[in-house]
Write a protein that binds this ligand. Sequence first.
Ligand code: NAD
Length: 319
Amino acid sequence: MEIVISEFMDETAVDSLRESHSVTYDSGLVDRPNELAGHLERADALIVRNRTQVTAELLDHATQLKVVGRLGVGLDNIDVAECQRRNIAVIPATGANARAVAEYVIGTAMLLLRGAYLCSAQVAAGDWPRTALSNGREIGGKTLGLIGFGGIGRLTAQLGQSMGMTVLAHDPAISTDAPIWRESGVQCVELDALLAKADVASLHVPLVDSTRNLIDASRLALMKPDSILINTARGGIVDEHAVAAALSAGRLGGAALDVFLDEPLPAASAFTGVPNLVLTPHIAGVTAESNVRVSQMIAQRVAQALKDAATNADDTRIA
Ligand code: NAD
């Protein structure tokens, strides 16, 4: 069968697919949509990360497509309803990059709470800002508020607890008496209470209508002025202008943002010159280790889905 891979994937996993399938692997295809559409005319499977927009228009070119593998977990770049309508399976790499994201959250929280690790150029130049940098804070004993308590939220809770943090979470899909709260030692709270109490608030929700602009200026105003906001979920969930304004005015202690409304972030963005800010290019879930885990999982699941599709087709022919 024919598999098209339009974004980067671990080579060993690609080779494992080549053993039984014809594979077109070109990590630049995502930026050449006409060429991608041409390849899809013969494709049985398409494998993407988060940049390839799997729209109804693209699917019109892919009349043989049986499966879309997603090298990650958010599905906002895939028209899942349209795939369902066309009987195309959508397979995310659930859990395979959770560790990478959870470590990013704890790592950036420590960096921003301590506030002392960005002075290398000053120290190398002979400055000695010891007094100015002696007020950094420890992560132990702080309160971590998780907005979204799914796979990544739960792993982040465990890492936070192992650092001595108290963990709160808000997730409307989990009832207040669900066993997970007792089992995890995480306190279930409403969103506004979480924002008011957290020293570090971190987002782990999908981008859907109910989460768009979830953290706007009025919600940011509920946060303590020395608290930290971390968004590894998706751009569009946090109001970027409101975060930049709150940091500049000292109404927010720090922020780490890995995802943005427009990616790449435009050069003259709201964040130019804003203090206590860590910006990264959508890499929270991407490490050397997670790339291998995600790619292996998707290679195996896509191969299995194609096998199942072939078996079903045989059964239909026999019947
Ligand atoms: P998940 O589906 O396991 O958990 C998401 C949770 O959010 C669910 O429990 C859901 O009930 C909850 N939720 C939905 N709406 C909510 C709301 N309004 N308020 C609070 N909770 C709400 O997903 P996950 O694996 O934990 O991943 C979460 C998100 O992280 C993904 O959707 C993706 O967008 C993002 N992500 C980003 C990266 C990255 O590299 N930056 C990597 C992986 C995942």
